[in-house]
Design a protein around this ligand. Structure first.
Ligand code: UD1
Ligand code: CA
Length: 462
């Protein structure tokens, strides 16, 4: 069966009270409209068109390749928007199935859409309905005495008796293309909102003798997002779905209610995720690795058998067996080769730590290359910025940087070289050398007694 998808996304979404078009809001790593596109993807539609209007440019920017957009300059109703979508779809045959979806329903599943679109030979259309305890605001599914669908009536156009109907129209339909085109021509805007309603198509199809059936869905699956509160609710559900999928695949998640993993992230089976962990973007976590508690990682790669806790990783690459945190900040361009360690209150930026290199405490490493097994003492700072430009620091293999060393870049510390604690290093240090830069220690014997005597004499004067 040939399937086409039209996604209506031209509306403003005023109740979101945000500058973003509604369908561009992000939940669990994907914009709302992209959740809808992804839910339809397994049906392998031959074409997908998104009808844009409010914030058209912002919506166009986030659409994936292979998806077309069509502009609805004026929002004259869902029927009008569907017509514009159809005009943009090329090469439609009358018996093809057109799926019309709304761009603000991110909880749709491929399973539900598959059921919706598998029209049997004699069927003209299928829609999704749901029983809502509070149906107010929704279009109602009206049925005849035999229980067959006779049409949809918008809330504002309902009679008092129709307002009592609790079966609502989810706003998701599969219709034969030829019938949809004909019916849309007959839709008028003679209703409470003065809009061309897509929902009128259903009544028109039935009146013409077409067979229309409903697929029942849970209220949650068809939930439309109209407010920040509903967006948060959807986020929670999407997050739970991702967590369930990961747990089924063998990832240990200590508290799924407090774990926030984007759909775009990969976590290998055998990893353990502690609460308060946020994994975003292209982040990937290797097998046997422990992440969390309280880790924020975006676009970062963590290898196998590593430990990362109470830390922030942005565009960082952490190798197998590495140790990060607590309280480390790995900024873009950080590369930790296998077995390296970045510990408590350490910040790194555009820095490579060789295999087994360690910066365990209170350090800033920027634009630095740290050799294998080198040890960076507590309080070491690369002074990489002169106020105008960044300069590189190189530390050789097995070097030992004493505590509180200032490495004034550009500077190179040789292999196995040592710096004395408290030194400010401004010149390169040869391999195997010791560099110390600090004034000699003075000692004044008996000083504390002299000081106490001075104080006593002063007190006597007062
Ligand atoms: C619609 C249905 C209603 C259903 C409800 C489910 C109609 C007439 N009514 O009502 O039966 O119960 O959804 O959530 O379809 N849009 C456009 N262009 C327009 C108008 C709307 O692209 O000119 C888009 C909106 O961006 C939105 C979707 O269509 O994504 C639905 O429009 P909205 O105005 O929210 O319809 P509802 O009143 O919710
Ligand atoms: Ca709506």
């Amino acid at each position: 069966m040939t399937t086409h998808v039209i996604i209506l996304a031209a509306g403003e979404g005023k109740r979101m009270k945000s500058d973003l078009p509604k369908v561009a809001h992000v939940a669990a790593g994907r914009e709302l409209v992209n959740w809808v596109i992804e839910a339809a993807r397994p049906l392998q539609p031959v074409s997908t068109v998104v009808v844009v209007g409010h914030g058209a440019d912002q919506v166009r920017k986030i659409l994936p390749d292979g998806v077309t957009d069509a502009l609805q300059a004026e929002q004259l109703g869902t029927g009008h928007a569907t017509q514009i979508g159809l005009d943009t779809l090329g090469g439609i045959e009358p018996e093809d199935v057109v799926l019309v979806l709304y761009g603000d329903t991110p909880l749709l599943t491929p399973g539900l859409l598959g059921e919706l679109s598998s029209l049997s030979g004699g069927e003209t259309a299928r829609l999704i309905s749901s029983h809502f305890s509070d149906p107010s605001g929704y279009g109602r599914v009206v049925r005849d005495e035999s229980g067959a669908i006779s049409g949809i009536v918008e809330h504002r156009d309902c009679t008092p008796a129709q307002l009592e109907i609790d079966e609502i129209n989810a706003g998701i339909y599969a219709v034969r293309a030829g019938r949809l085109l004909d019916a849309l021509k007959q839709v008028s805007n003679d209703n409470a909102q003065g809009e061309y309603y897509l929902t009128d198509v259903i009544g028109i199809l039935v009146a013409e003798g077409g067979r229309v059936t409903a697929v029942k869905a849970s209220p949650q699956e068809v939930m439309g997002i109209n407010s920040q509160e509903q967006l948060a609710e959807a986020r929670k559900e999407l997050q739970q779905r991702t967590n369930r999928k990961l747990m089924e695949a063998g990832v240990a998640i200590i508290d799924p209610d407090r774990t926030y993993i984007d759909e775009t992230v990969t976590v290998a089976p055998g990893a353990t995720i502690y609460p308060g962990t946020h994994l975003e973007g292209s982040t990937s976590i290797g097998a046997g690795t422990r992440v969390g508690p309280d880790v924020f990682a975006v676009d970062s790669t963590v290898g196998a058998d590593a430990t990362v806790w109470y830390s922030v990783l942005r565009g960082a690459v952490v190798g197998d067996g590495c140790d990060v945190g607590p309280f480390a900040s790995l900024r873009p361009g950080t590369v930790m080769e296998p077995g390296a360690k970045v510990g408590t209150f350490v910040e790194t930026k555009n820095t490579t730590l060789g295999p087994g290199a360690k910066a365990p405490h209170l350090t800033y490493l920027g634009d630095a290359t740290i050799g294998a097994r080198a040890n960076i003492g507590a309080g070491t700072i690369t002074c990489n910025y002169d106020g105008y430009q960044k300069h590189p620091t190189e530390v050789g293999e097995d070097a030992f940087i004493g505590s509180d060393t200032m490495l004034v870049a550009p500077v190179r510390i040789g292999d196995r070289a040592i710096t004395g604690a408290g030194s400010t290093i401004t010149r390169d240090v040869e391999d195997d050398a010791l560099a110390v830069e600090r004034s000699d220690q003075k000692e004044i014997p008996g000083y504390s007694q002299r000081r106490a005597a001075r104080r006593a004499a002063k007190d006597a004067e007062d």
